[in-house]
Design a protein around this ligand. Structure first.
Ligand code: CP
Ligand code: NVA
Length: 283
């Protein structure tokens, strides 16, 4: 059966744990990558900007012997006259998997329904599962495990935080949010946390959003001081300098943001390998 990677909650927890393990294994083989994607092609479609998702999927595919086709907004007929159904059916005849960044989550699910090949969620307005698996990998590397850890989220309630909420049940960590939309205060959320995580207050497509109400939720030295001494600071990037986090914290010794960004590459390889099992990839 074809495997999509769209909603963490639709995937067996054991499969997600297997993907994480594969990511660690492939990171260990960084300089001798197994050529498991030979002869396979990934198409990537974006209706929004991307640096990390775009590059990490492209390099992941190529390092393991595969090929990519990249279509940014306006490069295809999707969003114009051609329907999602037709696009999905045609692409299924050319490539082996589709990675798509599409604002509308329901549209992505429709694309997956009509595609005969795996569809991978490169971010919607509702979720960002590839990012969260890279975050899980980073926490495992830095703290030795995820289960039982306290992860404190400060700032907006958005696609990334919503995916963290799903991951908390799957990976067994405590997820505490402090946002203008709930009553938990930032210092209370950060208290004795293992991980402090935030994201931009203005997600892609939200230009013109008022940021005043988010100001009390900035991650700064006081927030880090409330967390455990061993706590790490995470951010999916890009940072809006220096709104949601101070420069001192983002560039400080507890920040792991670039390891987190690197792990996108290793995780994309593992997600692709899992999705491409039907195409003969065995890992
Ligand atoms: N974190 C993340 O998904 O970055 P991009 O938007 O640059 O892909
Ligand atoms: N919440 C951000 C994440 C970017 C990777 C956005 O949707 O723009």
């Amino acid at each position: 059966m074809k495997r999509n990677f769209i909603n963490l909650s639709d995937i067996e927890p054991d499969a997600l744990k297997h993907i994480l393990k594969t990511a660690h294994d492939l990171k260990a083989q960084k300089y001798s990558p197994p050529q498991i994607f030979k002869g396979l092609t990934l198409a990537m479609m974006f209706d929004k900007l991307s640096t990390r998702t775009r590059i990490s999927f492209d390099v992941a595919m190529k390092q393991l012997g595969g090929h990519t086709v990249v279509m940014t907004k306006g490069d295809s007929q999707l969003g114009g006259a051609e329907s999602i159904e037709s696009t999905a059916k045609v692409m299924s005849r050319y490539v082996d998997a589709i990675m798509v960044r599409m604002s509308n989550h329901t549209d992505m699910e429709e694309l997956a329904r009509h595609a005969d090949i795996p569809v991978i969620n490169g971010m919607t307005d509702l979720s960002h599962p590839c990012q969260i698996i890279a975050d899980m990998m980073t926490i495992e590397e830095k703290l030795g495990g995820i289960e039982g850890k306290k992860i404190a989220w400060l700032g907006d309630d958005n696609n990334v935080s919503k995916t963290y909420e799903q991951a908390a049940d799957i990976f067994g960590f405590e997820f505490v949010m402090s946002t203008p939309f709930n009553t938990i205060k930032p210092l209370e959320a950060a208290h004795e946390a293992d991980v402090i995580v935030t994201d931009t207050w203005v997600s892609l497509g939200q230009d013109g959003k008022e940021i005043e109400k988010f100001l009390p939720y900035q991650v700064n030295a006081d927030i880090m001081a409330a967390a455990k001494e061993t706590a790490i600071f995470m951010h999916c990037l890009p940072i809006h300098e220096w709104e949601e986090v101070t420069e001192e914290v983002a560039k400080g010794p507890q920040s792991v943001i670039y390891d987190e960004a690197e792990n996108r590459l290793h995780v994309q390889k593992a997600i692709l390998a899992w999705c491409l099992e039907d195409a003969g990839v065995d890992i």
